[in-house]
Design a protein around this ligand. Structure first.
Ligand code: ADP
Ligand code: MG
Length: 347
């Protein structure tokens, strides 16, 4: 039989735990990294555990930012230098995983998501913390860059090495790194026992669980006006990513040039205003939003299918909204008077 003092101690411990249990609350942290403001919100009972997990996530995001930064001196810029000299680069298993995922996504997108066109992105002036200022690159320079046709198909990966058979390959993971980083952040939160959270990097995000008794609710920015065009309630573990022509751009001689470059033409893609994707994995959603933006109003259903994406909303230049059936079931449009085209049910 249990001694009486042990029973009393157990009761005392239990009641202490019960008294000290605060109701779950949202614990928030904000930091500037990955080129944007990142907002981490954790809905959790124990404040100390939540804050500790968030601190680990902050360090992790900053490490990924430093590793893959395309224009500040970084391990990535060193990789780019070595590849330009035709050298084989030694990589660790984390980099291998990152590069392999990017290579698969690029292949599935028919290389529309092409993270090897860093030289072209630099020529357009987007390798800078500031808005580009001046003329777009000349047609000659763009044509020269296009003739070199760098793509992820030029890359050979082993678990420890990276090689390219095209010296024009210059990595820029601006369309994928944020998604990859958000996936790592969410995995870390899950490992720390967090079941309800949102990691939001400038409107691109992944959620887990819910915000108490309500789902996490997200606004999708209107591409040409202030405010939101639609909202989405996430269903547990889900990512929502949007690529838009309003994110980074410059104006020259009355024309607007933005940061999503069609690797086929060398110019900013011009057949959409924005694309929103819902998918389980954030890295996939990130690469897909960019690829589908480039694919435009006619090609997006095919590329979405190849990339395994079934929830897409593309807003065309005339504000027509193209959607898959599955996206239509999930999205709440916040505007009237717009033309909506629901595309196929096989996507
Ligand atoms: P954002 O991160 O601004 O929401 P995206 O995810 O679409 O938007 O990424 C755009 C960034 O990706 C650009 O700033 C550039 O660094 C890079 N990029 C541009 N065009 C391509 C492309 N065709 N394939 C891969 N990356 C691209
Ligand atoms: Mg992207």
């Amino acid at each position: 039989m249990k001694p009486r003092w042990l029973s009393l101690l157990l009761i005392a411990t239990l009641s202490f735990t019960a008294c000290s249990e605060a109701p779950p609350q949202v614990h928030k942290a904000k930091l500037f990294t990955l080129g944007t403001l990142v907002d981490i919100s954790v809905f959790h009972q124990e404040k100390a555990a939540a804050l500790q997990a968030v601190t680990i996530v902050e360090t992790e995001l900053e490490t990924i930012n430093r590793q893959w930064h395309a224009w500040r001196d970084s391990p990535l810029t060193q990789i780019n230098q070595q590849l330009a000299q035709g050298k084989t680069v030694t990589i660790d298993s984390t980099s291998h995983h990152f590069l392999q995922q990017a290579q698969t996504l690029a292949a599935n997108s028919d290389q529309l998501f092409n993270p090897t066109i860093g030289s072209l992105i630099e020529q357009w002036g987007f390798h800078s913390d500031d808005r580009p200022d001046g003329a777009p690159p000349s047609k000659d320079r763009i044509d020269t860059a296009l003739k070199q046709v760098p793509s992820m198909a030029n890359i050979t990966l082993t678990t420890t090495t990276l090689a390219s058979n095209n010296p024009a390959v210059q990595f820029d993971f601006g369309a994928f790194g944020k998604g990859y980083a958000i996936d790592r952040a969410v995995e870390t939160l899950k490992l720390a026992g967090i079941k309800n959270a949102i990691v939001n990097a400038g409107g691109d995000l992944r959620t887990i669980g819910s915000k108490g008794d309500r789902p996490w609710r997200i606004g999708i920015r209107h591409p040409t006006a202030a405010g939101v065009i639609a909202s989405i309630e996430t269903d547990g573990d889900e990512s929502v990513f949007t690529s838009g022509n309003y994110e980074r751009f410059f104006d020259f001689d009355g024309s607007r040039y933005h940061h999503i470059i069609d690797p086929r033409s060398g110019y900013p893609a011009n057949d959409a205003l924005s694309v929103t994707v819902i998918h389980h994995n954030a890295a996939t959603a990130d690469a897909a939003a960019t690829a589908l933006f480039i694919a435009g109003t006619t090609q997006w259903p095919q590329i979405a299918k190849q990339m395994g994406i079934d929830k897409v909303m593309l807003i065309g230049n005339d504000l027509t909204i193209y959607m898959t059936q599955k996206m239509a079931q999930r999205i709440h449009l916040e505007i009237d008077n717009t033309q909506i085209k629901i595309i196929g049910d096989e996507t």
